[in-house]
Design a protein around this ligand. Structure first.
Ligand code: NAD
Length: 373
């Protein structure tokens, strides 16, 4: 009997430049469509996943969260922060990284940036929810909060729902101007986007088919008042995503039909943290699977109380892995040592210290075998 040939435990590493390159290769609309398709396929497998609410460390400045999930074949996690005051340090509010592992062996298959990817997957998820919850004739959206996530939200709704009219509002006018400039330069198939900057939330929301709130404030904000909500609107509330951090007037929750990702997490972190523990909600996967109704009337107010769930990062990591391998993007790295005798870790270290292994060149980027140069 031969011993099995040693498997070199190589890990595919994707940094932000790699993910940007992938988006360049695929095109952003195709990327959003591909991600939404992967999200949908994985949400339809909901019962197969071992799910838990994310594990969070809260401080006065923000949150650091660990988001694990597995379907028994792959295990993934994301580590992400939310620090609304980070602009003071020249840092983004949200930054993330994550990994995908094989359940059979525990091998780390993929290590990836997830900051850019979080913006993409959140936007694709918002649009996927709106596809089953918003009125079919929706063509206009108010976008409140015009920071890092907002461009992706706008482009996902334009790509996946055909939204063509955007009304932008932010407390900081320069944020809306930045977003408007980026949207004017964005290449989208079909009719061009019409973009209007609004001085108030009320001006942006009046007559809109969809309202997306994606603001960052470490506290109970009331970005949307109940008086502004019109029959038939779909609300996509993205910014309230941890305990004590909300965006909506609770009166809106009482009259809207509320859809959530994973109730145990959303009850702690979402808009519905403002409501009693038995507040009725519908799990979005049931709507996608045809097990529960989404919108039932044209005049109904629907709300996707988005907080971001680990399944979405699992989908994003699987999507990235498939695309990176198909398009030869990324770098192979040795996150774990590849010793010939798996039990001789010490021997591997000695060889490494004697410079006998490739690791002697570590630190020189070109020493890593790139999938593409
Ligand atoms: P960002 O800091 O880049 O932008 C936030 C913007 O909101 C800023 O331009 C700020 O001026 C504006 N703002 C704050 N309060 C406002 C108010 N009351 N009215 C209008 N504008 C206001 O942050 P970002 O990366 O775009 O993230 C936005 C929010 O989305 C954060 O709270 C983040 O935690 C959340 N988020 C949620 C998910 C999810 O899956 N649900 C995923 C990613 C980020």
């Amino acid at each position: 009997m031969h011993a099995p040939a040693p498997v070199l435990p190589r890990t595919l590493f994707l940094d932000t430049h790699d993910v940007a390159r992938l988006i360049g290769v695929l095109g952003l609309p195709a990327c959003l469509r591909g991600l939404a398709g992967t999200l949908r396929a994985d949400y339809l497998r909901w019962p197969e996943f071992d799910k838990e609410a994310r594990i969070a460390a809260y401080s006065e400045q923000g949150t650091i969260e660990l988001m694990p999930i597995t379907d028994g074949t792959h295990y993934s996690f994301k580590c992400v922060n939310g620090h609304p005051g980070n602009g003071r340090h020249g840092l983004p509010t949200v930054m993330a990284m994550g990994a995908l592992l094989d359940c059979d062996t525990g091998m780390i298959r993929l290590l990836s940036e997830l900051t850019l990817t979080t913006a993409l997957r959140t936007a694709a998820m918002s649009a996927l929810a709106a596809q089953v919850l918003a009125r079919r004739d929706s063509h206009s959206m108010a976008l409140i909060g015009n920071g890092a996530q907002s461009d992706f939200q706008a482009l996902a709704f334009a790509t996946l729902l055909g939204v063509r009219e955007l009304r932008l509002h932010d407390l900081d006018r320069r944020a809306s101007e930045r977003l408007a400039r980026n949207l004017a330069a964005a290449e989208l198939p079909g009719r061009p986007l019409s973009v209007r900057l609004c001085d108030s939330v009320a001006e942006a929301v009046r007559g809109a088919d969809i309202v997306t709130t994606v603001t960052a404030f470490q506290g109970r904000a009331q970005v949307l008042d109940d008086a502004l909500i019109e029959p038939g609107m779909h609300l996509n509330a993205v910014g309230g995503d941890c305990p004590g951090k909300t965006e909506l007037d609770p009166a809106i929750l009482r009259r809207a039909e509320v859809f959530v990702e994973f109730p145990p997490q959303t009850r702690k972190e979402g808009e519905i943290q403002q409501m009693p523990a038995d507040f009725p909600v519908t799990e979005l996967w049931r709507v996608l699977a045809g097990d529960a109704p989404g919108r039932t009337r044209a005049d109904q107010v629907t709300l996707f109380d988005s907080v971001g769930f680990a399944l979405e990062d699992y989908s994003a990591l699987r999507f990235l892995q498939a695309q990176a391998e198909a398009h030869q993007v990324g770098t192979w790295v040795e996150v774990t040592p590849g010793q010939a005798d798996p039990r001789d870790l010490y021997g591997w270290l000695q060889g490494e210290l004697r410079g006998e292994q490739r690791g002697e060149q570590r630190g020189e980027p070109q020493s890593r075998p790139a999938l593409v140069s």
